[in-house]
Design a binder for this molecule. Structure first.
Ligand SMILES: Cc1cc2nc3c(=O)[nH]c(=O)nc-3n(C[C@H](O)[C@H](O)[C@H](O)COP(=O)(O)O)c2cc1C
Length: 286
């Protein structure tokens, strides 16, 4: 068996020397992605069909990226890096022919009362566009952003970023078709580096995932805002308004792209909940 010395995402290929040249954000993105595709995804089918034999080279690409991460002295005690290490340890066991005990418990169905809470959240959330003059505490803003961070993320790249706009002057940098007076705007953006380092920004790859990741975050955030008693609304981004926002707010970082923004605040008036068409209207059948 040849020794693994290269890291390949399918789109981009790196030697250890190349990895040493990467900036911290790119290296972290690559470490997340390699841990995901080189260990996490193939691990569970391997465990299900465990043959009790060592699998040479299993997870070695992720290990090479982590070795450079460590060599560069980057943090090892942060939750995402610990998560990578947990998988690296499991992969080392697989290489040694030892079955790692890593699988989570099977999910239990929610109880009836828990399902009621889910209904209250999903069916109860709706767009609020008028807010009273009352401060949204920072802990609530953080909670909303934390819910966004926990949304699904393409290939575990963690490229979504947030900008909180509180003052009227700051909020004016963002285009909106409604007044955002008394609201806090949270701009949802992405850093291009984690996607670029794995080559997923290429047209033949999955460049759309960056925007989808932001949208998934936005949806989680609106649900959390609703659970906290706040009212929120997703606001469209018109063509060109992202460039204007960066100019006016003073974001001079070419790695960051603005995807969308949401407004949250204490509701002044709540529109009657919108209704949807009957279930069959949405179904495409043969
Ligand atoms: C992609 C997207 C863009 C939206 N843009 C705006 C917008 O620019 N202004 C606005 O007032 N509402 C906007 N909304 C909110 C929708 O109008 C709202 O979700 C829809 O009318 C359904 O109502 P509900 O959210 O109360 O269920 C947007 C929603 C989505 C998903």
């Amino acid at each position: 068996m040849r020794e693994i010395t290269q890291v390949s995402t399918g789109f981009k290929h790196y030697t250890k020397e190349d990895l040493r040249e990467l900036d911290e954000v790119s290296l972290r993105g690559l470490l997340h992605e390699r841990t995901h595709h080189n260990i996490e995804v193939p691990l569970y089918p391997t465990l299900l069909k465990w043959k009790g034999r060592e699998i040479a080279g299993f997870g070695m690409q992720a290990q090479i990226v982590f070795d450079v991460w460590r060599e560069r002295g980057y943090p090892e005690d942060e939750p995402d890096i610990k998560w990578c290490q947990m998988y690296l340890d499991a992969a080392a066991k697989v290489r040694a022919g030892e079955k790692p005990d890593i699988a989570d418990l099977l999910p239990e169905p929610f109880t009836e009362d828990e399902i009621k809470v889910v209904h209250k959240l999903i069916w109860g959330r709706h767009s609020v566009r008028d807010w009273v003059k009352k401060e949204v505490p920072d802990w609530m803003i953080d909670k909303v952003i934390e819910a966004g961070i926990m949304a699904p993320i393409g290939c575990n790249l963690d490229e979504v970023r947030f900008i909180v706009l509180k003052t009227e002057e700051e909020k004016r940098c963002c285009w909106s078709d409604i007044s955002t007076e008394n609201a806090v705007i949270i701009v949802i953006a992405y850093d291009n580096r984690p996607t670029a380092v794995v080559g997923q920004d290429l047209p033949e790859a999955v460049p759309q995932n960056r925007g989808y990741d932001c949208a998934a975050a936005g949806d989680h955030m609106l649900l959390m805002a609703h659970a906290l008693g706040l009212g929120g609304c997703w606001l469209s981004k018109r063509g060109g308004t992202d460039v204007k926002f960066k100019e006016q707010w003073g974001l001079h970082d070419d790695n960051i792209e603005i995807a969308m923004h949401i407004a949250i605040g204490w509701p002044a008036i709540v529109p009657a909940k919108s209704a949807r068409a009957p279930f069959d209207y949405y179904m495409i059948r043969k």
